[in-house]
Design a protein around this ligand. Structure first.
Ligand code: MN
Length: 501
């Protein structure tokens, strides 16, 4: 698909010359057929490029070095058609910096019971060749995804597809700039962290900018620019009476458009992919930028409120993975609880900044006072998220490592909120609020989340593997005693890991 058309994944087949030239020719032909089949199946978002068979350590090293140096290449798929002695993979794997997927498949689907002979056995050896390869990858402590099954199986292709989307988002994060307007807000602990470690580990870079830099951009926005954008609002949304042309709060919509234009230009000029705001630092802005944040998020800019750069980066990354999939992705915040037994739920919102990508119906553009920030009444899109299952995720800094916390959640329909005119979602965390929220708190999770209807736990797991960070999952099988044990074990694992590194 278009969003990923500049990327490619390399397919590298392991073999050896022991079985003679004919075997290598057959391996090559079969690999070609597999790659062609995968590309033509129409289930993969990224094109696979077959890079031939590798039969020696120098060939492997050269191929992996080339992959590192090719910006189009976002990852490597390996497959051992025959036996491929894994010592020859050592130097290549030492060099490899791109995500790795080990496809444990074989060319033929079924055993040809009547025809099978020793020649066939020598050629079709992935059942043991791939185990040999897997051993060395594990021995070298290299993270990867292992996908098992026949390559024509749509379930196998779905797993490859998830990994490809994550690899694309991983590539996208490696040169990501997160613009942080103002610094961390109000002594909040969970939104802060080690930005140097984040760049080393997760790829992205966080830069502070004074809000005055944005104000300079605002001053250059013309009435013509604003009129065009406001016309777009009028066409795209239901507009509340007071926000319509001639309405008493129309000026607030105009000011919101001014900020949106300035912010978009600013981010573009800096080459930024994500940003954070800070409602204590709005000098020179007329109102809290709600509408602008909502609309920019829907365009793919990561957003985190109150200086939360880790969430801003994660929102961008999850949006990037989800491109072209149904459902939408957004920044959200745990707002308030509705206790009702097994149906106990969390109202997710923020002051204003929720992406219209997750809306159940056409958003309404409204202007209302906001009891915080001390600024003019901000414009915002008001809507309710549609129903469905999604993942809520956050990255926290544990001091010696980053921890990714993932909770599967079921979004349900809230009651109308006539006096709370903000965008929101209502969800029940799996397995229920009692365990879900307790586990989240025990894991040290934020009150901010990056949420997506389009993604599943598998995406987040692939991301944690690529980043080499800890991941804990809260889902329907979570128990508090089991979860605590996992946290304790992880503590030891990461302490030892750090000591050994
Ligand atoms: Mn917040």
């Amino acid at each position: 698909m278009k969003a990923f058309e500049n990327f490619e994944v390399w397919f590298v087949t392991g073999a050896q010359l022991l079985y003679g030239g004919d075997a290598v020719i057959a391996v090559d032909a079969h690999s070609n057929e597999i790659v062609k089949g995968l590309n033509q199946a129409g289930n993969l978002p990224v094109k696979i490029v077959y890079k031939g068979t590798v039969n020696s350590a120098p060939e492997i090293l050269a191929t992996f070095k080339a992959a590192n140096n090719d910006p189009k290449c976002i990852g490597i798929i390996t497959w051992m058609h025959t036996f491929s002695p894994a010592k020859m993979w050592i130097h290549g794997l030492q060099e490899l910096k791109k995500p790795l997927l080990h496809l444990h498949t074989q060319f033929n689907k079924e055993i040809p019971w009547n025809e099978i002979d020793m020649d066939f056995m020598n050629l079709n050896q992935s059942a043991h060749g791939d185990r040999e390869f897997g051993h060395i990858v594990t021995r070298m402590r290299k993270n990867r995804k292992v996908v098992v099954g026949h390559w024509s199986d749509t379930k196998v292709q779905a797993k490859i597809s998830v990994w490809m989307r994550v690899a694309a988002a991983w590539a996208d994060a490696q040169d990501m700039l997160v613009v942080r307007f103002g610094d961390n807000m109000n002594n909040v602990a969970v939104t802060d962290g080690d930005k140097v470690e984040a760049e080393m580990r997760l790829g992205y870079h966080v830069d502070y900018y004074p809000i005055g830099d944005l104000v300079e951009y605002q001053d250059k926005v013309t009435d013509t620019d604003i009129n065009a954008l406001v016309a777009e609002y009028d066409a795209q949304y239901d507009v509340a009476e007071n926000a319509k042309a001639g309405g008493k709060d129309r000026q607030q919509v105009i000011e919101a458009a001014r900020t949106e234009i300035a912010l978009r230009r600013f981010l573009k000029d800096k080459g930024a992919k994500a940003f954070t705001t800070n409602f204590n630092a709005l000098h020179g802005l007329n109102q809290l930028p709600g509408l602008a944040c909502q609309r920019l998020m829907a365009e793919g800019y990561g957003f985190g409120a109150e200086g939360d750069w880790k969430t801003a980066a994660l929102v961008r990354t999850m949006w990037f993975m989800a491109q072209g999939l149904e459902g939408g992705t957004s920044f959200l915040e745990d707002y308030t609880y509705h206790f009702d037994g097994e149906k106990s739920a969390i109202l997710q919102a923020h002051m204003l900044e929720v992406s219209p990508e997750i809306a159940s119906a056409k958003p309404k553009l409204e202007v209302h006072p906001l009891g915080i920030g001390g600024k003019a009444d901000p414009a915002r899109l008001v809507f309710t998220a549609h129903e469905g299952t999604g993942v809520a995720a956050t990255v926290v800094d544990m001091g010696n490592r980053f921890r990714l916390i993932v909770n599967q959640v079921d979004v349900i329909k809230p009651q109308p909120l006539p006096k709370l005119p903000v965008a929101c979602a209502l969800w029940i965390p799996q397995p229920n609020l009692e365990i879900g929220a307790a586990a989240w708190i025990l894991a040290g999770g934020t009150h901010h989340t990056s949420f997506s209807f389009a993604l599943t736990q598998e995406f987040m797991e692939d991301y944690a593997e690529m980043a080499g960070i800890e991941m804990v999952v809260i889902d329907k099988d979570t128990t508090i005693s089991g979860f605590k044990k996992e946290l304790h074990m992880n503590e030891i694992y990461y302490m030892l890991n750090k000591a050994l590194m």
